[in-house]
Design a protein around this ligand. Structure first.
Ligand code: DC
Length: 236
């Protein structure tokens, strides 16, 4: 499917981990009636299946074929369940893995499997289908550059690494996940940034026509307000 064919309204939000992308896009989706698509969760879903199949962070190129097969065969589905928190759940081959995919190990594994070009290829159509089904806001690393280069509006969120580590820690704490120390989290984010920005295919980078917002000194409310106003203006 071509991203232009649906004629749907699409907002692309990219940026590194911990910039507030998820929190902001979820809020904006509710506020403006857009479908929220967390594309990172799809890579995490594939990483979950890889770990389940016995792979760990030390996998190498000789494993790429097997990992690609896992990604190609994976059934990844978002389901909205109003009585659950978070309401938007990820089901992988029929199993709800929403909580499991947020662990620190899964974060690194997702970053690593996402560097395999065939894995990215396997998830491309799904992301386009999800985004094109209705007016949507998609968050990820390459939405504005690769998945929906013709998006109606593109944002690129940034924040200092210390602030991002702080945010990720409170996010995990709020979800009751395993906690790391501040230094460990900072180091993990640094490793992920490095991997995500330097991979050969679809590296994390700002699309030329994206609006960059440094969220370090803004509250979530301020970021949401700013982005929502720009989206509303574009939608008119
Ligand atoms: O957004 P997140 O932290 O849940 O993403 C997990 C990993 O998935 C991230 O480190 C890189 C990868 N990812 C990607 O390569 N492209 C996307 N569009 C979204 C995530």
């Amino acid at each position: 499917m071509n991203e232009k064919s649906s004629g749907s309204f699409i907002v692309a939000v990219d940026g590194p981990a911990g910039t507030g992308k998820s929190s902001a896009t979820k809020r904006i989706a509710d506020l403006l009636g857009l479908i929220h698509v967390d594309t990172g969760a799809l890579y995490r879903g594939v990483a979950y299946l890889c770990i389940e199949a016995g792979f760990d962070l030390n996998f190498d190129e000789s494993d790429h074929g097997a990992i690609t097969k896992i990604a190609q065969k994976a059934q990844l589905e978002f389901r909205r369940m109003k009585n659950r928190n978070p309401a938007n759940r990820l089901f992988v081959n029929g199993k709800d893995v929403t909580t499991q995919i947020r662990s620190p190990e899964l974060s690194l594994m997702a970053s690593k499997v996402s560097a395999i070009p065939e894995v990215r290829g396997a998830l491309k159509e799904l992301q386009r289908t999800l985004g094109a089904s209705a007016p949507s806001i998609l968050e990820g690393r390459d939405i504005g550059t690769v998945i929906f280069p013709q998006a109606n509006l593109k944002f690129f969120l940034t924040a200092s690494i210390d602030e991002r580590a702080k945010r990720r820690l409170s996010e995990i704490e709020a979800q009751g996940g395993d906690s790391l120390s501040f230094e460990e989290m900072r180091e993990q984010i640094r490793i992920r940034d490095e991997g995500d920005m330097n991979r050969a295919i679809a590296p994390l980078k700002k699309a030329e026509d994206a609006i960059e917002i440094d969220t370090t000194l803004f509250t979530l409310d301020q970021v949401v307000e700013k982005m929502a106003a720009l989206i509303q203006e574009k939608r008119r």
